[in-house]
Write a protein that binds this ligand. Structure first.
Ligand code: BGC
Length: 262
């Protein structure tokens, strides 16, 4: 039987207190990994995720990371990782934000910059720390959470789409740099998944119908469907996959409007 086996692996997931991060924490724990999550404000939610992780018989850690776009905060996080985990095999750069919706000409410069700093600089700061540690042990996997919007333009979210497209090329370039050290680097591109980031859309019947219409499979995804994909990508079953963005999107990238006509 083939199974996803992560026993003995140590994983760090940023933004693990909700949404895709929380689901990923569960999936990695189910596959046997010890899991550390970071959170910014929601210590209660982080504790709940840690309890779920522990229920699979593995170790759980919840670290407060104040600002992922501040290098000093990320450095402090990795000192905690060194002290408490004593190694790192898996980094899931999950923490992110889509920012306020505004057309480019109307957008607030500081808000635009903040999205790029969280969605691009955050993963960069974490990845450089992770690579230093993984390189020493000769193995590791980094998964960067991109979006279908690294491919699909999205009016009103130019900072988000730009940051995700940049994160994709960052992943590829880093993958090229570290492949010989036994480190794989991937990006994952979730489509529309039921998480807090888009709850205002999928909780509204009209918004949900509009979203479903953009997805050939006809339904919004569940967080576990992303968590399980990440667990697979982090496992040795995916040992020959690196430097690519893997869409997990129910077919959202398939130009569904071309099902008819054209
Ligand atoms: C966004 C969601 C959106 C999805 C599909 C994701 O990157 O965070 O809000 O529903 O893309 O458009």
């Amino acid at each position: 039987m083939i199974a996803i086996e992560l026993q003995g692996r140590k994983a760090l997931i940023t933004g693990g207190d909700s949404g895709l991060g929380a689901a990923t924490a569960k999936s990695l724990a189910q596959a046997g990994a010890d899991v550390a999550i970071t959170y910014r404000y929601e210590s209660k939610a982080a504790e709940q995720v840690a309890t779920v992780v522990q229920s699979f018989g593995v170790k759980a850690y919840a670290f407060r990371l104040d600002n992922i776009s501040q290098k000093e905060d990320v450095d402090a996080l990795f000192r905690q990782v060194d002290q408490e985990l004593g190694g790192l095999d898996i980094l899931v750069n999950n923490a992110g934000t889509d920012g306020p919706r505004a057309l480019c000409a109307d957008s607030d410069v500081a808000a635009w910059r903040q999205v790029v700093e969280i969605d691009l600089f955050g993963p960069y700061y974490c990845a450089r720390e992770a690579v230093a540690r993984m390189g020493r042990q000769g193995r590791g996997v980094i998964v960067n959470t991109s979006s279908v919007h690294e491919f699909i333009p999205w009016a009103g979210y130019s900072a988000y789409t730009s940051a995700k497209a940049a994160l994709s090329m960052f992943s590829k370039t880093l993958a090229q740099e570290v492949a010989a050290q036994g480190i794989r680097v991937l990006a994952i591109a979730p489509g529309a998944v039921k998480t807090p980031i888009n709850a205002n859309v999928w909780q509204d019947p009209k918004g949900l119908a509009d979203l479903d219409g953009k997805i050939p499979m006809g339904r919004v995804g569940e967080p576990d469907e992303i968590g399980h994909a990440i667990a697979f990508l982090c496992s040795d079953l995916a040992s020959y996959i690196t430097g690519i963005t893997v869409p997990v999107d129910g077919g959202m990238l398939l130009y569904p409007d071309f099902r008819q006509g054209g």
